[in-house]
Design a binder for this molecule. Sequence first.
Ligand SMILES: Cc1ncc(COP(=O)(O)O)c(C=O)c1O
Length: 405
Amino acid sequence: MAELDLYDRFRTRAVRLGLPRDEVTGALVEPICLTTTFEQRLPGKPQSQYVYSRPGNPSRVSLERCIADLESASHGLVFSSGLAATAMLMIAYASNSHVACMANLYSGKRRYLTLVGPKHGVAVSFADNMEEELEGVLRDDAKLVWIETPRNPTLSLVDIAAVSTVARRQGALTVVDNTFLSLYIQNPLKFGADLVLYLVTKFINGHSANNVKDVLMGAIAFKSPKLKSELSLLQNAMGSVPSPSDCWLAHRGNKTLYVRARTASETAKKLAVALEECPHVVTVIYPGLISHPQHPVAAKQHRESLGGGMIAFRIKGCGEAAEKFCESSRYFTLAESLSGVKSLCEIPACMTHTAIAEEERQRMGIYQDLIRLSVGLEDAEDLLEDVASTLAKVAEFIASQDNGN
Ligand SMILES: Cc1ncc(COP(=O)(O)O)c(C=O)c1O
């Protein structure tokens, strides 16, 4: 690791971090280590730290080190999906105890917490406003506090320092799912979180689909050596590790994270400004706008106050208009997921958040007319033109319905 410390700037570190150059061939690009097992010199005397690819594989370790370094953590571990990482943390720190989570958590985690967690003794409390309610909901035996910021899909923010201070006082670890902003825009450990979680599938890998295959993966990063020994044991014992080739693809994707996260943020801000000015829009939620109610939290936690690549907005004309927008957009493809090179749109109330009862969804601000955009790397001008013309088309359609045509 010593040689890696030479690289103190994000872009350089992202591009350069990895295994040392292959001494035999001098290959500039790291080889993918596609072996499952490693020859031993003598029984029980392996040639290196590697014995078998479940406990450790060079392509995986290379990615894990890179994520840890860019997060200013000491350790990184990767898993076969974000939910595999989530389940492992729940098993490690919430079994037969209590976890406090924000109410509009990613629905897959909610499914785990409500349908699977209770089978191994996980009790959960949900809070709408973590900063205000955490102290009241956290039980004495609580081991974990779980937040996502920005929240999905309403893009409200959580003050990581405020939440982790309360959690620490009560002896609980704070986990922050930082998927929406990536290693480049926000580093939760700097604000007091104990663990940061990533869906590598999204910004870090970044490509959602390429011609060969793509990657589903989760990662965690943290500082504590105690967590390292506990979690490495579980990673090996549970075996939900990604393949070396997936690790290699994600590591390659991460080398361009800086360019992608910045470009997506810059384009998203232009779109958010245009949407705010559009008469066919009810409201726009984007953390990079001054009008965002928690913009000061973004200014404190996000690099250069960048808002990220996600926008939420309510369209005039109710759910019908939202559906028409998503069906008619040229460049925003109707699909779940986020932070890839292609722009996507979705309606959380009838796609990603259907597991939440309608009344609760409304309380959280997830209305039928709320559209979530994931801004990709297309030209900003194309996306601006597309959104403007799609909104105009939708308004025309709604007007024609109202006139009974
Ligand atoms: C915020 C968030 N957390 C967790 C997950 C689950 O990740 P995975 O699909 O890799 O299991 C997702 C998936 O979209 C997500 O958006």
